[in-house]
Write a protein of this length. Structure first.
Length: 505
């Protein structure tokens, strides 16, 4: 049951609405405004309580008359104490305009999640996370997302303010270019999971770009939660030395996925769960819009963060997210198991990447970073390199890895490639490393870890070679590990490569 009060000029009316199904949506009674009638501003307040098990999204209709210049929304909610181990209240918020709330987002006007307590939209401006544009006559919708609900319920108060007057002049969006100067076919460093103040980050695009340059990055990808509102604010931060791609982190209740390098202005909806079998539709939308589908931090432990949609629609997977933690280790092991399955079933394999997921100070941008072999520094070339798995992941710009396999008549394959030789052909695997002092090299195959080197010297540079055959190792990949604190548990990663496959298909 959801109880709802209306106040602020219409008196108080109370109604009870019964709902079922946490993944469903609920529309409450509407908030109505009269015509301006000479007023400059009108305010309405809605109060209600969402119970445990409330729908994922609750819509509050707002009847907007003509002549409105600006719509502003603010909200508060109670945060009662809860027993240890029980989730307290957390309430997200967003906005849809008179075009409606149908899945796909035609009426989408913005989302701030839980990062802000108020926002506004008007023709010439909007709060970060929201899209500027006319405030047209019709039914608008404030969307509430009860992320977690305490046993006592989630009591909220929502205030809507309309300011009347002529519409401002709309601003035409300008987007960053799809290419930077580049070095031709070369290794380019990037970070494709970053948050600005257009969602729950605390950095401006200019600040992020400056940090990216300091981290030695050649490209980045904008990936704010559930909004593309930042797309029109990156152009000034781009340059010949930094390619800025545009995307979104689609933040569902069953996991997050980065839309990497979509067309400017692309919005991807997030209002579904895995059990509804809708993700394929939006994965196809990402690719149709020129982007890659990259599940993010699949084993993260935050509520709703674990990836439950499977990897059949993925173009790559984020194996390493931010500071290396046990959930990254679990993801690395799961990814390796998928490599084995791709060999067994003779199907395409899923490349890995790493990103910082940086939000605010002191989160470092570019740690980790994905180093991609691409034909040039363009959106299309970088995406093609990621999709092909011609990449490795490094904790910083200091770490470089050159990884090859040689065999047969001097044939050679690099990261993400296949060395096409007979099963019993001797193969030499060679890894050259720099920038990894006292790190240990591990070579991993479909059988497991088959070589662990002595620690590299304090200079951080070294070469490791290993000999095998395709019949013994279907693939080989390399890991750089920091010194282990104690026991048999491997140290944190300093870098890792995508695999080289050995043998004929």
């Amino acid at each position: 049951m959801c109880d709802e009060d209306h106040g602020g000029g219409h008196g108080l009316g109370r109604r009870a609405l019964f709902v079922t199904g946490a993944a469903a949506a609920l529309t409450l009674g509407s908030v109505s405004f009269a015509a301006a009638d000479g007023q400059q501003e009108e305010i309405r307040t809605v109060r209600g309580t969402l119970p445990p098990g409330a729908p994922d999204f609750v819509y509050v209709p707002v009847e907007v008359p003509s002549g409105v210049r600006e719509l502003k929304v603010s909200y508060t909610y109670e945060r009662p104490s809860v027993p240890a181990g029980v989730q307290g209240n957390a309430l997200d918020i967003g906005l849809f305009d008179q075009r409606g709330t149908d899945l796909g987002g035609e009426g989408f006007r913005g989302w701030s999640g839980g990062a802000r307590t108020e926002f506004f939209v008007r023709a010439d401006d909007a709060t970060p996370g929201y899209l500027p544009g006319p405030v047209g006559k019709g039914t608008w919708y404030v969307v509430l997302g009860p992320y977690t609900v305490a046993p006592q319920g989630l009591a909220y108060e929502l205030t809507v303010t309309l300011t009347y007057g002529p519409q401002g002049q709309a601003v035409r969006p300008v987007y960053p270019p799809e290419r930077a100067k580049g070095r031709g076919r070369a290794w380019y460093r990037g970070d494709c999971h970053l948050h600005s103040w257009y969602s729950d980050g605390r950095r401006t695009p200019a600040e992020i770009a400056a940090l990216a340059r300091s981290a030695g990055l050649d490209f980045i990808n904008s990936s704010d939660h559930n909004t593309h509102s930042a797309h029109a604010h990156w152009a000034d931060a781009a340059g010949d030395d930094l390619l800025i791609m545009l995307g979104e982190e689609i933040t569902t209740r069953n996991g997050h996925v980065v839309a990497l390098g979509t067309d400017p202005g692309t919005f991807v909806d997030w209002r579904y769960r895995a059990r509804e079998n809708r993700f394929g539709r939006f994965a196809r939308q990402i690719r149709k819009s020129g982007g890659l589908v990259v599940p993010a931090h699949p084993h993260a432990t935050c509520v709703g963060c674990g990836w439950k949609f499977g990897f059949g629609e993925a173009d790559a997977v984020e194996v390493w997210n931010g500071p290396y933690t046990p959930d990254d280790e679990v993801t690395l092991a799961e990814w390796d198991n998928q490599l084995v399955a791709s060999v067994r079933e003779n199907r395409p394999w899923l490349p890995a990447m790493g990103n910082s997921d940086a939000h605010r100070d002191p989160d470092p941008v570019g740690s980790p970073q994905t180093v991609v072999l691409a034909d040039d520094l363009t959106r299309e070339a970088i995406q093609e390199g990621i999709r092909a798995g011609r990449s490795y992941v490094a904790e910083s710009k200091a770490v470089t890895m050159t990884f090859t396999a040689t065999g047969g008549r001097a044939r050679q394959a690099g990261i993400g490639e296949r060395l096409e030789v007979d099963p019993d052909t001797p193969v030499t695997v060679r890894l050259e490393v720099s920038g990894a002092p006292r790190c240990t090299v591990r070579l991993v195959t479909d059988e497991g870890v088959l070589l662990t080197s002595d620690p590299l010297p304090v200079s951080g540079s070294g070469v490791v070679e290993w000999r095998t055959t395709p019949s013994y190792a279907a693939y080989v990949r390399a890991e750089l590990r920091h010194e282990t604190a104690a026991g048999p548990v491997p140290g944190a990663l300093a870098g890792f490569t995508n695999p080289i496959f050995l043998g004929r298909r």
